[in-house]
Design a protein around this ligand. Structure first.
Ligand code: ATP
Length: 362
């Protein structure tokens, strides 16, 4: 399996290094022959090539079996004409990665104030309120006068249908419960359509239990009783905000792994940003990107029909759970290890025989 790794900005290089070590250990243990090819993206690429994503990188990524993208300094990149492209948007759009799967679960041994839970937010990834990806040309945020801004949200039948399908299929492999999150009482047409389509698609999966919750009420429900939820489907921005909350409820934003998936490609990417406030200090939690990479291996296994990759993905998740049970973790989740040492602890568990599926009880 050929993986392109783009470390990114802020804490990106630190968590990417730890992730790379874990991928190599998993490759060795499961004989995956993973080849990792590292390229610059973000500020490092802007300095070297005059663009945050250099020409040709997209083709390199398309020819690989998977992409791991570290967090990038999105807020710094304002002028596409000067090469300041948002790499996350660029790959999501150009690889048509329409589904963003963001699992969140609690871990035995880790403090959790809201009770044990295990859910996945399935977020539409290609339209919605993200003004930089809604238009064929230009941006859907308009400065009408210096004091008036209009931000347009795009919702299409096609994108609603495919995200609903992805969510239903995932729910069928889990606890068969789908929750549709929306704001159809205010966004009556756009979210009305999203809700109707999700319900329609779910009718083809009669074994599913389906309910829906308004996005504002969802913030209360998920804090009050997170174990009520299994698979939660939402439009782009609602899903983004909700999944930061569910990651934090699980223990830390630094546990938020995610996979961006399309029909042909997939990109592992932590749910959080580049966290410039803690960059370069060896304190960032690398587990978000490590879990994202585990999801990428599992996706490759499913696509290629080679179960070794799914076993490797599961073994990484189990090794993470064991590390946390033993308190081998960063400060944000109550441990006292640095970024690199946390990665090494997960590598050591993976290399030992204790990292089996049964060890890490949920
Ligand atoms: P960006 O502008 O790139 O999104 P940000 O700092 O605004 O960066 P996040 O990177 O998502 O937003 O970070 C939000 C908060 O969560 C910050 O206080 C950050 O330190 C913390 N955080 C994010 N990722 C991690 C991590 N992997 N480990 C520990 N703390 C993290």
């Amino acid at each position: 399996m050929r993986i392109v790794l783009l470390p990114g900005d802020g804490i990106g290089p630190e968590i990417a290094a730890a992730t790379q070590n874990v991928l190599r250990a998993a490759s060795e243990r499961f004989q995956l022959n993973v080849q990792i090819e590292e390229h610059a993206v973000g500020h490092a690429s802007l300095q070297q090539f005059g663009a945050t994503v250099r020409p040709g990188l997209l083709e390199t990524v398309r020819s690989a079996d998977g992409l791991v993208l570290g967090p990038t300094a999105t807020a710094d990149f304002k002028d596409e004409g000067s090469g300041e492209i948002n790499p996350s948007k660029y790959f999501r759009k150009n690889l048509d990665l329409f589904a963003n799967l963001r699992p969140a679960r609690t871990y035995p041994g880790l403090r959790n104030r809201f009770g044990a839970f295990d859910l996945v937010v399935v977020r539409e990834n290609t339209e919605g309120f993200y003004a930089d990806r809604n238009m064929e040309q230009g941006n859907s945020e308009l400065l009408v006068t210096p004091d008036v801004v209009i931000s347009l949200r795009r919702i299409t039948r096609h994108c609603c249908e495919r995200i609903a399908q992805a969510a239903c299929k995932l729910a069928m492999n889990r606890r068969k419960h789908l929750t549709i999150v929306h704001k159809s009482n205010v966004l009556k047409i756009g979210d009305g359509m999203f809700l109707d389509i999700c319900r329609d698609v779910a009718r083809s999966f009669p074994e599913l239990t389906v309910d829906d919750v308004l996005v504002d009420a969802m913030m209360a429900h998920v804090v009050r009783q997170p174990d009520r939820f299994d698979v939660v489907v939402a439009t782009n921005m609602f899903g983004d905000i909700l999944s930061d909350l569910t990651a934090e409820l699980s223990g830390s934003l630094g546990l938020g792994g995610s996979l961006n998936v399309g029909a042909k490609y997939a990109m592992a990417q932590a749910a959080h940003g580049s966290a410039p406030d803690i960059a370069g200090q060896d304190v960032a939690n690398p587990i978000s990107l490590i879990l994202s990479a585990a999801l990428l291996l599992a996706w490759h296994g499913e696509r290629s029909g080679d179960a070794k990759y799914q076993s490797a993905g599961r073994a990484i998740e189990d090794a993470v759970a064991i590390a946390m049970q033993r308190g081998l973790a960063t400060k944000d989740v109550g441990g006292n290890l640095g970024t690199a040492a946390t990665g090494q602890a997960i590598v050591a568990i993976l290399q030992s025989d204790t990292a089996t599926a049964s060890t890490a009880a949920r």
